[in-house]
Design a protein. Structure first.
Length: 337
């Protein structure tokens, strides 16, 4: 599957009309009303406006599908059919199955989703294959192969070819000194070339201090989409380190993912709102996607609330821009449109 490039013209008309305002006609100057009538009219007008705004929001968001581009599924620690890899850095103690996912998606109004293959399975993708089979077209996935492991690197091209259309990206991690890709070595360039040749995206999960190691490949493989996970982890680097990530918006092949939105009441107790403003200003709504809210304890209500909380951070955007981030962009990029 070749990723479809963003076509901002698809949304320009909708975004334009989403910003229009209705200007009421002027009333007759000779009409006189008392204070009680005025308050009644005002109250009715405000209620009507609230209902109209809510209706417009619901319609704008329903015009495009909702797509969650970031979730993990696990068979659980007791699964003999889909065991965790011995080299996995962590092992979830509860299952998060595709059946549970699809039930939550139905209840939360999410049409499609991306299962991000998690590290506990390393480059064993059997459970991912199971998830995609259960999803029957509503689910696609990312894969995980390691440039510094010759057997893993050699296996990736055939894996991507055999699953053309169902795998949207190959993910790489760089957030622990003992688990880094081989920066500056031929193996990492070979890994990137294999991803580019398959026509899928590179998905980067990293701390900002490791951003310089990826930059040369983003530039060299300018026709390959690069998805930046978790807002680029703004609170896990210095302002100077994160400023470099922000400059990646200048590369038109980069896409910013709004996922793992931290809450101010949790560590590191910082307000994410200014960061999201920076990101929407730098990338624009047409180069952003969203993900998150599903886990082993998720319910349709909690899944929906996550999305609604994110919308609270996007209130400075038009309704159609919000809808594009919530799914329109991902549907087009990943072949669901």
């Amino acid at each position: 599957m070749r990723l479809k490039p963003f076509n901002t013209n698809d949304y320009s008309t909708a975004i334009y009309f989403g910003r229009q305002q209705n200007h009421p006609k002027k009333g007759h100057e000779g009409n006189c009303i008392n204070r009680r009538d005025c308050l009644g009219i005002l109250g009715g007008s405000l209620a009507s406006l609230a209902l109209t705004s809510r209706s417009r929001a619901e319609k704008a968001h329903s015009d495009l599908p909702v797509v969650d581009t970031h979730l993990h599924c696990f068979a659980g620690p007791d699964s003999n059919k889909f065991p965790y890899h011995p080299n996995g850095p962590y092992q979830p103690n509860s299952a998060a199955t595709p059946e549970h996912l699809l039930s939550c998606m139905d209840g939360a109004g999410i049409k499609y989703a991306i299962v991000v293959h998690p590290e506990p399975y390393q480059d064993d993708h059997r459970y991912l294959d199971h998830c995609l089979e259960v999803g029957e077209g509503r689910l696609k996935g990312t894969c995980l192969f390691f440039a510094d492991q010759p057997d893993s690197l050699a296996a990736m091209p055939s894996f991507l070819k055999d699953r053309e259309g169902s795998i949207i990206a190959s993910r790489v991690h760089a957030y622990a000194p003992d688990r880094l890709p081989p920066f500056g070595k031929p193996e990492l360039r070979k890994w990137w070339r294999s991803v580019a040749d398959a026509g899928v995206a590179v998905q980067l999960h990293f701390e900002p201090r490791y951003a310089p190691g990826f930059e040369r490949y983003i530039q060299e493989f300018s026709d390959t989409t690069v998805i930046i996970d978790h807002l680029g982890r703004p609170f896990q680097g210095s302002p100077e380190e994160y400023a470099r990530v922000l400059r990646w918006a200048d590369y038109p092949n980069t896409v910013m993912k709004l996922a793992s939105i931290p809450k101010a009441e949790h560590y590191p107790h910082q307000d994410i709102r200014p960061i999201i403003r920076q990101l929407t200003s730098a990338w624009g709504a047409e180069r952003m996607i969203y993900g998150g809210g599903f886990n082993t304890d998720a319910t349709p209500d909690s899944y929906r609330r996550y999305r609604q909380d994110l919308l609270g951070h996007l209130s400075h955007l038009s309704l159609q821009e919000q809808a594009a981030i919530l799914g329109g962009n991902a549907a087009q990029l990943f072949g669901w449109s």
